[in-house]
Ligand binder design. Structure first.
Ligand code: F6P
Length: 539
């Protein structure tokens, strides 16, 4: 039974009120709004634990925030939110719950007649025992040698979360194995990753919710062959699998006691909080992983209880709606001013764009408004020497989230001061701009909106808060647009066509079964891939 009482519409009262309000605000000046409200920073900020969200540098006033909250209420966000947390089938096309929140709540929750919490805790216990064993050496390679390295094989949500978390929490990685990631099918990536590794001291982790992803299984087969070459037929014992399809993992040859399960009600891009987060426990210890869960749970509780106007996820989400749907801003920049968060933009690209890149609503009707924004970005201050020219003087409205950490893990004050000075300066410059003095090329239009997120420190707890914040932002936007954020049918068409083309590459026969471009490209490839050319080596 579909939950929604009425399809979202761009003709609803709340939407039309915002449309009318936009005609006022499009002529507003953010700098002017500060002039008229000396307390603007305090009025347009939200604190949660060690996190501060400053959304005062946006093209909004109190009426805007009220009208955005009204739209959320009109879309019954409160009810949808409660349904998300209570195990409702919010993944409407796959008739599943989406319970990444249950993975970190430690609270009983009955789904399809079964309390899911005991099985969640059982997997956490297995993760605890396994990661403790690898870290103290009691779980070791076939010849008893401690695992010095972990080779993690996965892609998409089975890769980006563990990669981001282990990179962000590197200062906490003491006493554990080094974690190496392989995701792409390009053998160059695997060869580069395998080069420094010794099979005897390498633990292999194969992560795939479906255990059917072509790239992951092809890489896993190649790595198992490498492992066998190094340690012989007992290679399988140096391999664990993390999956929601344990039968496929067993059929692949992974021992049942080496399979960490998760569930179909955990979306791939929402799975870091499940056994998919095992690399964090291996690298940093299980206590760090549990802190990550606690941070995410703190954001969950904030999301469940805060008034919309003071809810970090709702504020971030509705500001995105404001620019996306009322100012036609197509993209949103994520700008972490912290090297440990350099992989946050690619993580959020999948989270936001694979969740909300939809043109059909939950009822199967075409949506009548723009949905998911294009998410991009890079770490500052590198980004300033790459695309900030366009942010400052380009012709486009590009809302940006600046993210920084007050206390770095290093102690070199001078460098942090330079980094933070830029973190403070850029949003101010984007907002205030600069008038033309003589040279028109020196004109900075300004009035370019940004959010600033400040964490006191980057810890497992605050990382958990940060990632859960964006998970809930994505959910809120999906409710406003009336789309299902928990499926990804759009990735299948290309995969099916690739599966049809691949066997055609086995011969040098010209192909004719596609459009002339695809035929021509394949024929050119076949004519130029001759192995003799490769013998000449790179030119
Ligand atoms: O990109 C499509 C997708 O299904 C993602 O949603 C998922 O995270 C990724 O591929 C990997 O899928 P699996 O974890 O099943 O290997």
């Amino acid at each position: 039974m579909l939950f929604r009482s009425m399809p979202p519409s761009t003709h609803s009262p709340a939407w039309l009120a915002l449309k009318s309000h936009q005609q006022t605000m499009e002529h507003a000046s953010i700098a002017q709004l500060f002039e008229t409200d000396p307390q603007r920073f305090a009025h347009f900020s939200v604190h949660l634990g060690g996190m501060l969200l400053d959304f005062s540098k946006n093209l909004v006033n109190h009426d805007t925030m009220h009208l955005l909250a009204e739209l959320a209420r009109e879309r019954k966000l409160g009810e949808r939110l409660r349904r998300l947390f209570s195990g409702g089938k919010v993944n409407t096309t796959e008739n599943r719950a989406a319970l990444h929140t249950a993975l970190r709540s430690e609270q009983a929750l009955v789904v399809d007649g079964v309390d899911v919490q005991p099985q969640i805790q059982a997997v956490l216990e297995r993760m605890q025992k396994f990661s403790d064993g690898v870290r103290d050496g009691s779980i070791a390679g076939n010849n008893g040698r401690r695992y010095t390295d972990v080779l993690h094989i996965g892609i998409g949500g089975s890769h980006l979360g563990p990669l981001l978390a282990t990179r962000a929490l590197a200062p906490y990685a003491t006493g554990g194995p080094r974690i190496h990631f392989i995701s792409n099918i390009d053998m160059a990536a695997l060869q580069r990753t395998l080069a420094p590794l010794a099979a005897a001291t390498t633990l292999v982790i194969i992560v795939s919710k479906t255990f059917s992803t072509t790239e992951t299984l092809a890489n896993a087969r190649a790595v198992l062959a490498w492992l066998k070459q190094g340690v012989g037929d007992t290679a399988g014992r140096q391999c664990v699998a993390i999956t929601a399809d344990t039968r496929r993992a067993a059929d692949f040859g992974v021992g049942n006691d080496c399979i960490f399960p998760f569930w179909d009600w955990v979306g791939g891009r929402y799975s870091l909080w499940s056994a998919v987060g095992l690399p964090v426990a291996l690298a940093c210890g299980m206590a760090a992983f549990r802190d990550l869960l606690r941070g995410a749970h703190e954001m969950d509780e904030h999301f469940r209880n805060a008034a919309f106007e003071k809810s970090m996820p709702v504020v971030l989400a509705m500001l995105g709606i404001w620019y996306n749907n009322f100012f036609a801003a197509a993209t949103q920049a994520i700008l972490p001013y912290d090297e440990s968060l350099a992989l946050l933009p690619p993580y959020l690209q999948q989270l936001e764009m694979e969740s909300n890149g939809k043109c059909v609503d939950e009822d199967g009707a075409s949506v009548d408004c723009d949905t998911g924004m294009i998410v991009w970005g890079a770490a500052g201050t590198d980004a300033q020497h790459s695309f900030f020219q366009l942010l400052h003087q380009g012709t486009r409205l590009i809302p940006a989230d600046f993210i920084a950490v007050c206390q770095p893990h290093h102690t070199v004050e001078e460098h942090h001061a330079i980094l933070m000075a830029n973190f403070f300066a850029q949003p101010a410059a984007l907002m205030n701009g600069a008038p033309v003095v003589t040279n028109p090329h020196d004109r900075f239009p300004g009035n370019r909106p940004t959010n600033s997120l400040l964490l006191d420190r980057l810890t497992p707890h605050t990382l958990g808060q940060l990632l859960a914040l964006y998970e809930h932002k994505v959910f809120v936007q999906s409710v406003i647009w009336g789309i299902n954020p928990f499926d990804q049918p759009g990735v299948e068409l290309g995969k099916r066509l690739a599966a049809r083309i691949q066997p055609e590459l086995d011969t040098n026969e010209p192909v004719t079964g596609y459009d002339s471009s695809t035929n021509g490209l394949i024929d050119f490839y076949k004519a130029n891939r001759d192995a003799r050319d490769r013998e000449r080596g790179p030119q």
